[in-house]
Design a protein around this ligand. Structure first.
Ligand SMILES: [Zn+2]
Ligand SMILES: [Zn+2]
Length: 275
């Protein structure tokens, strides 16, 4: 299983020499396993670069599956710029959280990609789309076992656990830490992260920033690492970096490790973790 980070930022893309090392694209991670369709975790601006790599590697039409956590811009903005989908024989299956008042995820996406905020509509992208709503579910995607659980954030949001061939990844990109700054853990998050090989987790704020933005839907790197420890994850990728976080600051992130081999590292655009 090869897990590649195509975008590791939260909130909005950023650019320039201060963020060039870890990258400025927003949330998009791919999971590649031989014989399976590519799995995409979120469709932020990093998706455009996954698309360029895909098109450079093959002329086969794309047939991929996206697991989307929620509707915020930083998680869907790459979709209309995903070049491989702009052909009639392309196919993208998209899972995302059911919206408030029974509204479907499909309805939310088609409402976001349209005039006047974008020049064309989703169906103008030519490829075939299939949408699925998820809440607290377990389902198969090809040979992947996938679990979705609702995660505290702003608006309907889920996280995912993906398992195949005895390897597992949990993806919890945006997670509201308890407002008091404590490390209390919802049961659904525990189910997603328990004993995984890799936990990819929100780490947007420093402790001092969190004090001033405690209800903005995110958490600290310490909270992410603590979840990894509490759930006996083998490793934690700190993810969804604040757009103001510089490379120097990320380099200086305290990296925890223990005698048991538990590892915490900073997710970087272009990096691949093989499990
Ligand atoms: Zn986000
Ligand atoms: Zn969000």
């Amino acid at each position: 299983m090869h897990v590649t980070f195509h975008g590791v930022r939260g909130s909005t893309p950023c650019h320039g020499p201060l963020t060039a090392k870890y990258g400025g694209n927003t949330a998009c991670v791919s999971i590649r396993v031989d014989g399976q369709r590519p799995l995409l975790l979120d469709l932020g601006t990093g998706l455009r670069y996954f698309g360029k790599e895909y098109s450079a590697s093959t002329s086969t039409p794309i047939d991929a599956v996206a697991l989307v956590t929620h509707m915020h811009w930083d998680h869907i903005q790459g979709l209309p710029f995903f070049a491989p989908i702009i052909r009639d024989d392309a196919h993208l299956e998209i899972y995302g959280p059911k919206q408030d008042n029974g509204r479907s995820f499909f309805d939310a996406v088609t409402s976001a990609i349209r005039q006047p905020t974008f020049p064309v509509e989703l169906h103008d992208l030519r490829g075939k789309f299939d949408f699925h709503d998820v809440e607290n579910d377990s389902f198969m995607v090809d040979d992947f076992h996938v679990m979705s659980r609702t995660v505290p954030h702003n608006g309907p949001t889920v996280g995912y656990r993906i398992e195949i061939g005895g390897k597992s990844v949990a993806y919890i990109s945006d997670h509201q830490q308890p407002l008091d700054g404590s490390f209390a853990l919802p049961n659904g998050v525990r189910e997603l992260a328990e004993d995984v090989d890799l936990l990819i987790h929100d780490s947007q704020y420093t402790s001092s920033e969190f004090a001033g933005k405690s209800n903005w839907g995110h958490c600290t790197a310490e909270f992410a690492a603590q979840i990894g420890l509490a759930c006996r994850a083998k490793s934690v990728a700190l993810f969804h970096h604040d757009p103001d976080r510089t490379d120097a600051e990320l380099d200086a992130t305290p990296i925890c490790s223990s005698g048991s081999g538990f590892r915490v590292f900073v997710a970087r655009e272009g990096a691949t973790v093989s499990l």
